[in-house]
Design a protein. Structure first.
Length: 262
């Protein structure tokens, strides 16, 4: 593959090399999109095993290539860097600009996609500035979809955050057009609150304030890994139960949280 040629879509994945990075990247490699794809992996800190990157490089499909950015230091305040986003620092911003594509999709290293995620977003973003897909709440270890998210990541003007924030779109559900969203990228590096998170809300708010146009994919295609350490976890459990979903009996696995307190 000629790396200078622009690809059809790029995927940005910041990571601290948690084990579930393999699942996330595998879901990108299995996409049904016919065009060329660049997968940009940014290493914030080596908390997990760097051998994961070697395994990823061995399985890259012919229509894709992987760009790994590992500066050897963290840009996040959590690990001694400058930027207030404690969970990836400036990596999403840097990788968004570095992506050799007009279209950039985002994936957290503990979430994953169905194989039609990128093709659905590419169809939805035509004549728009950005696009989003709906998501499922999923078990972090088994990968089982527990329930479609009917409450949080529903787009502008919808869901439980409509009144306070104007709605919400989860990072792993979002695609941006670089030609019109260039000024949005710096918000990925910042935190909304003292916990060092909330960059996704800041990005969503910046999109709304800029008057950018959303497209919406036709069906859920993102799997959001539930986190029993998240402040919203009890609410999500209640919502899943209300929709008839069956919750796991055991939330004790720590693989999902490797590096959270590092």
């Amino acid at each position: 593959m000629n790396l200078q040629e622009q690809v059809d879509v790029a995927v940005v994945i910041p990571t601290i090399l948690r084990p579930h990075l393999l699942r996330a990247v595998k879901s990108v490699f299995q996409q049904d999109i016919a065009g060329a794809v660049q997968v940009l992996i940014g290493v914030d800190k080596h908390i997990g095993d760097a051998a994961l990157l070697d395994e990823i490089r061995r399985t890259v499909p012919p229509n894709m290539h992987v760009t790994v950015i590992d500066p050897g230091y963290s840009t996040s305040v959590r690990h001694g860097g400058v930027y207030s986003n404690r969970f990836s620092g400036a990596l999403r911003t840097i990788l968004s600009y570095l992506a050799n594509s007009r279209y950039v999709a985002y994936l957290d290293d503990d979430n994953w996609w169905s194989d039609d995620h990128l093709s659905g977003l590419m169809a939805a973003i035509q004549d728009k500035d950005c696009a989003f897909a709906k998501r499922y709440y999923a078990h972090p270890e088994s990968g089982e979809a527990l329930c479609e998210d009917h409450w949080e990541s529903l787009g502008p003007g919808r869901g439980v955050y409509a009144e306070r924030f104007g709605g919400f779109v989860d990072t792993s559900c979002l695609m941006l057009d670089k030609t019109t969203c260039h000024m949005i990228f710096p918000f990925w590096s910042l935190a909304m609150g003292p916990n060092g998170d909330g960059e996704d809300r800041m990005v969503f708010d910046a999109i709304l304030r800029s008057g950018l146009r959303f497209g919406e994919s036709s069906k859920p295609s993102c799997y959001y890994s539930l986190d029993n350490h998240d402040a919203m976890h009890a609410n999500r459990e209640a919502w899943i139960k209300s929709a008839g979903g069956v919750l796991p009996d055991d939330w004790s696995s720590q693989a999902r949280y490797l590096g959270r307190e590092a």
